[in-house]
Structures are given as C-alpha cells and as structure tokens.
Design a protein around this ligand. Structure first.
Ligand SMILES: NC(=O)c1ccc[n+]([C@@H]2O[C@H](COP(=O)([O-])OP(=O)(O)OC[C@H]3O[C@@H](n4cnc5c(N)ncnc54)[C@H](OP(=O)(O)O)[C@@H]3O)[C@@H](O)[C@H]2O)c1
Length: 403
C-alpha cells in the first residue's frame, strides 16, 4: 500500500478520500499495491464522518511520518498551502492539488522543487475540474505544435450566462439566484470579474509554451457589464455570450496573445452548446487540427477524480519526477492592440452618424424592444483601431466576436 494524506477535508478533499475508498478496485488495476489515506488534516473534527479516525489537526503528524509518500493539498488559498506544499516536496513527498491560485502563482517554482527532490507536483484538477485536460496536453499532445487553446473554464459564470440567455434575466438577479442555489460564492468576485478564468488560461498557456505566462499579464474582463439587452441582440445574430479564456500563438512572432473576456459565440461553434456549469476547451494543434474536451469543471466528485488521477500517477512513479514542461522563464505577452477581430457594439441613438463614419463597413443589428439605441457589428479591425474609433461614440457596451 502507498500511504497518502489529504490536507483540507472540504468539498474536494472529502471527495478525494471517498474516490480512493470507493474506487480502490479500479485503482488497483493500474497500481496493484493500492493507495490508502492514512491522515486527513483539517481545522475541524468530523465526528459523524466514517473517516473521523483519520483526522488530525497538526501538520507535523503527517510531516514526521516516513510512510507518507503522497499528499493531496485541497485546502485552497496561498498560505499555509504554499508552505505546507514546499515542506513536503523538500522531503521528496509528491503533492497533488486542485489549488489553481497556488499553481498560477508558484507552479514553476514548485515543479522545480519537486524535480530537485525526485518527487512530483501535479495539478490536473486546477484547470477544468474533472476534464482530463492537462494530461492530454502534456502526454497525448506532446508531439503537437499547439497554436490555440480557448474555452469556457469557469462553471459559475457559464451558469449565470446560460440562465441569462434562456430566461432574458439581468445579471444581478441571476447572480443572486446562483448564490442562493450554491452555484456562486457569497464573494463571487474571482469568478465574475474573470480572475479565475485568467488564472486557468495562464496555466494552460504556460504548459503549452513550456515557459511561464504570468496570470497578471492576462488581459481580463469579467461578465458584470453583460445585460439582458446584449442577449436580445445575440439571439438575432444566432449567437450567445460566453466568458472565454483565449490563448493564441501568433504564427509569425510566436508570441502568445492571452485574454479573458465575454465573447459572442456562433451557434455553429461547439462551445455554443456548452451550457450551465459545464466547461469546454478547444485546442488546435498543427497536426491533430481541432479537438474539444467537455465535462464538469467543478464539483466534489469530478474534481476529486482528477486529483486521484494524479495520486495514481505519483504512486506509479514513486522516487521519480514526472515531467512537467513549465520553466520559470517568463514570456512577455503579445501586443493585445494588434489582435484583429470583429466587435458587436451598442451606442446611444445619437451616435449613429459618428459610428457610420468611424466604421464605414458596419452591419446594423436590430432586436425587438431595443429602440433608442444604435447597434452594429464592425468589420475586422485591430483592438487598437477599435479603441481609437470607439472613443468618439457614446458606448453602451461592446463584445468581441470569436473568430
Ligand atoms: N469545489 C470545487 O468544485 C473546486 C473545483 C476545482 C478546484 N477547486 C479548488 O480546490 C481547493 C479546495 O476547494 P474546496 O471547494 O474543497 O474548498 P473547501 O470546501 O472550503 O475546503 C477546504 C477545507 O480546508 C480546510 N482548511 C483550510 N485551511 C486549513 C488549514 N490551515 N489547516 C487545515 N485545514 C484547513 C477548511 O476548513 P474550514 O472549513 O474549517 O476553513 C475546509 O475544510 C481550492 O483551491 C479551490 O479553488 C475547487
């Protein structure tokens, strides 16, 4: 038996303990010795849990037990998760985590520390929850030159946008309902402002590039300015609004252009059908062409399943470092203002003349009940050109087109 410990017995951590327990037979097919959870660290005790006897409150109990070979960090946040993780890697104990905040901030440093100590730092669950996304990029697509990765990476915002699209409701009311149902946190800022998606697309860009794309360098817009009116127009265009993380490699400069923002997605694009709390990620490789992964981006069992996939990987490679192509060298972001795309734009009615002058190739868009404003789609322009020309208009909103 390989002995493991789980740090944080919350949603994901309790799922990890259950998945290892309930799926032990499946785990033994890949790793016949089996995996056993010896300790659970948490601030609270869980007297009613069948795993109550494993709960400890002192990290040193786990640190000082030489039998522990793998630790699952499912506490979340920066500290003490960062210090705990370092202390285990320094001892040659592998760490598997769902903590995207820590991975986005210190991923390369922790991978290097694991390598120096002949153990592994794995984080499949940190992006796309239960979707086997990172392993696909790192193993199945290792031979590819990946030129684009983009998709829906946050279930909370996708749930809100799906409700707005279906019911014509406004953002604030939909957010409140999502909070009441437990789909959105009481403090939803990280989700609705796009920061969670930005962290995930930064992690994906780093793995695709093999270097570090800092999440602070991701241009980031959230969904708080999206209204029921935007969805009315989207419907007449045969489109929907989705919050996307987008990472594209310029074929000439080889720079990565990375942003998080709401996009209009055509009903012909597979991401259009990724609804509710589901995630969907599109990858374009130079040989494999397009592929898409779809699944639950969060939730107790899907996320725990991804953590346990890492646990099995670590158990099968005990004493060895599992390669993660993510060096500390920081890559500079490509110039966002040079990106070419179309924009959907809503302005006050009295901006029509100025809009027609600024964007002579525009296409007018109308929607029921939307009198008193002027809406249009631009020709393909750079972000820089758009910002310059739109500065003279009384803008109500503008949303990027995907492709
Ligand atoms: N939930 C999901 O679906 C999901 C999906 C993907 C990734 N993640 C990520 O996975 C991580 C965990 O998320 P979660 O939803 O499972 O969070 P959670 O339900 O809040 O669980 C965290 C657990 O860790 C415990 N904890 C916090 N600080 C601790 C400390 N210093 N010592 C011991 N225990 C401590 C907490 O105890 P208290 O409750 O007493 O504070 C809680 O039981 C986060 O990084 C999150 O972003 C979550």
């Amino acid at each position: 038996m390989t002995e493991a410990a789980v740090l944080g017995f919350g949603t994901v951590g309790s799922g990890v303990v259950e998945v290892i327990d309930r799926n032990q037979a499946a785990i033994r097919v890949q790793f016949p010795e089996g995996i056993h959870v010896k300790y659970i660290l948490d601030l609270r005790s869980f007297p009613d849990s069948p795993y109550a006897d494993k709960v400890v409150h002192d990290i040193n109990v786990i640190r000082e037990d030489p039998e522990i070979r793998i630790v699952c960090e499912t506490m979340g946040g920066m500290e003490p998760a960062f210090s705990f993780t370092k202390s285990f890697l320094e001892k040659g104990v592998s760490v598997c985590t769902s903590n995207k905040e820590l991975v986005a901030a210190h991923g390369p440093e922790l991978i290097a520390l694991a390598k120096a100590n002949r153990c592994s730092y794995l984080f499949e669950a940190s992006v796309g929850g239960g979707i086997p996304l990172l392993r696909t990029i790192e193993s199945s697509l290792v031979q590819e030159r990946i030129t684009a990765v983009y998709g829906i990476l946050n279930g909370t915002t996708n749930y809100i946008l799906t409700k707005m699209a279906r019911e014509g409701a406004d953002f604030d009311a939909t957010l409140k309902e999502a909070q009441d149902k437990g789909y959105a946190e009481r403090n939803p800022e990280s989700d609705i402002e796009g920061h969670d998606t930005a962290r995930k697309i930064a992690i994906l860009t780093s793995l695709v590039s093999g270097s570090t794309f800092r999440y602070e360098d991701v241009y980031c817009e959230g969904i708080t300015k999206i209204t029921a009116a935007d969805f009315k127009y989207a419907k007449t265009l045969g489109m929907s609004v989705k919050l996307l993380g987008v990472s594209r490699r310029d074929p000439e400069t080889l720079e990565f252009h990375v942003l998080t923002a709401p996009f209009l997605v055509s009903c012909e694009h597979p991401l259009y059908s990724v609804n509710d709390v589901f995630n969907g990620v599109f990858i374009h490789g130079n040989m494999v062409d397009d592929l898409m992964l779809y699944g639950r981006g969060a939730g107790k069992y899907p996320t725990a399943s991804a953590v346990v996939s890492d646990v099995i990987d670590c158990a099968s490679h005990d004493g060895r470092w599992i390669t993660r192509r993510w060096d500390p060298e920081v890559i500079e972001p490509g110039d966002r203002l040079s990106e070419v795309r179309r924009f959907f734009v809503r302005t006050d009615a009295d901006s029509e003349e100025a809009a027609r002058k600024a964007f002579p190739g525009l296409t007018v868009v109308t929607a029921d009940g939307m009198e008193g404003e002027f809406a249009f789609v631009t020709d393909r322009v750079t972000e820089g050109e758009f910002e310059g020309k739109a500065a003279g208009l009384k803008l109500r909103n503008r949303i990027r087109f995907l492709n």
